[in-house]
Design a protein around this ligand. Structure first.
Ligand SMILES: [Zn+2]
Length: 385
């Protein structure tokens, strides 16, 4: 087995709790990779011999980013809707129906090549693990094929038939479909099940029915909740013991306590608030209360068409009260936690050698130099992509 030494690392973010600080930083570091996995981490001066060596040139090296929330299977775009919103119109969940119509009309090949382009775009910005949801098909056939397409790119696929009630459908009958034949068709291609628990989409009882039906056939739950206003979603997620509940913008103290007590991760999606001119979720309040916080893009054609984790880091630091270290932790270790993954999200022996090289001396530059393309290299399983 070939071993690779990555040396001359100015700052190495390990996320190893056995090391100092939240990020377990090692300065003047080196890392040895064997068989796609991290074999050794430590000060460069102590590095063992390896078959081949790669000079990081003093750059900062971080674990590859884990984007635990995206909606990449769709056709068409909604630039016009975005422009209208920026001209003063407000965002409503109903815009999803525009994308549904375009997605149903698209061929498998069109959808697949579109996802491929977006995954490549994410990868260039440092994302090495991602979750992809369905939710723009909303028929049994279109949800199943959306998930089958997503599965070509990641194992972290999420059935989101309960994204919105399609035009002309009766809500109760649609929930029956989602929890019945549509779920059955989705299961072979999905690991997770999700619902959009929001006024204008699905209420708490409907979301519960969807998540429980998924659990009964082996899918793990996640939930969109409390994005556009207060609601029952966050408490439902905590009660069901979900790994993560996403958005969490409008929370009362009971919601925050429920998240802390359940250990359910609050995944914040600041690109959405940026793109819809809504108030940001209060990450500081959650962290100070002892809630585990992840960050993800929510990349989708309506409310947030960014694929950039570095943008999310900058927004979380500038607008949501996170420190640069907390924001980096939230897109690496916490992103992995939000997907129940213990093989990614950190650079410690035994983890997959997924990493990001920054054209910068420290991770702080991701927030300090917003909008600058600092990611100069991305490795997946020990190899440059
Ligand atoms: Zn979403």
């Amino acid at each position: 087995m070939t071993s690779t030494l990555l040396h001359h690392i100015g700052e190495l973010v390990t996320n190893d709790p056995a090391r100092d600080g939240l990020l377990g930083i090692v300065e003047d570091a080196a890392l040895v990779i064997e068989g796609g996995t991290v074999a050794w981490v430590g000060p460069a001066a102590d590095a063992p011999e390896a078959d081949e060596a790669y000079d990081a040139g003093g750059r900062a090296v971080l674990p590859g980013f884990v984007d635990s929330h995206s909606h990449l299977v769709f056709a068409g775009d909604r630039a016009g809707e975005f422009a209208a919103r920026m001209a003063g119109e407000s965002y409503a969940a109903g815009g999803i129906r525009t994308t549904v119509a375009a997605t149903r009309e698209a061929t498998d090949e069109q959808l697949t090549s579109h996802v491929a382009r977006l995954v490549q775009e994410m990868n260039r910005q440092g994302t090495t693990t991602l979750e992809i949801k369905s939710g723009y098909g909303l028929t049994t056939r279109d949800e199943a094929r959306s998930l089958a397409i997503a599965r070509q790119f990641t194992d972290e696929t999420t059935f989101l038939g309960a994204h919105v009630v399609p035009e002309g459908s009766d809500p109760a009958a649609y929930v029956e479909l989602v929890t019945g034949p549509m779920l059955e068709a989705a299961v072979p291609h999905a690991r997770w099940i999700d619902a959009f628990c929001e006024r204008g989409a699905f209420d708490g009882d409907q979301a519960r029915a969807v998540l429980e039906a998924g659990r009964a056939v082996g899918l793990q739950g996640r939930l969109h909740a409390n994005q556009l206003g207060p609601g029952p979603g966050v408490r439902l997620a905590a009660e069901l013991g979900l790994l993560a509940v996403d958005h969490c913008t409008y929370l009362d103290d009971v919601d925050v306590d429920a998240l802390r007590d359940s250990g359910t991760i609050a995944t914040l999606l600041p690109g959405v608030e940026f793109s819809t001119r809504q108030p940001y979720p209060d990450a500081r309040r959650l962290l100070d209360a002892g809630v585990r916080v992840a960050l993800a893009t929510d990349c989708n054609p309506g409310s947030c068409f960014t694929s950039s984790i570095p943008l999310c880091i900058a927004l979380a630091v500038r607008e949501m009260g996170m420190t640069p270290a907390e924001a980096v932790h939230a897109v690496t270790q916490r992103g992995a936690d939000a997907l129940g993954r213990d093989d990614v999200g950190a650079l410690a022996p035994g983890r997959r050698a997924d990493l990001v090289l920054l054209d910068a001396p420290t991770h702080v530059h991701l927030a300090y130099r917003p909008g600058v393309p600092l990611v100069s290299g991305v490795w997946q399983a020990g190899r440059p992509t």
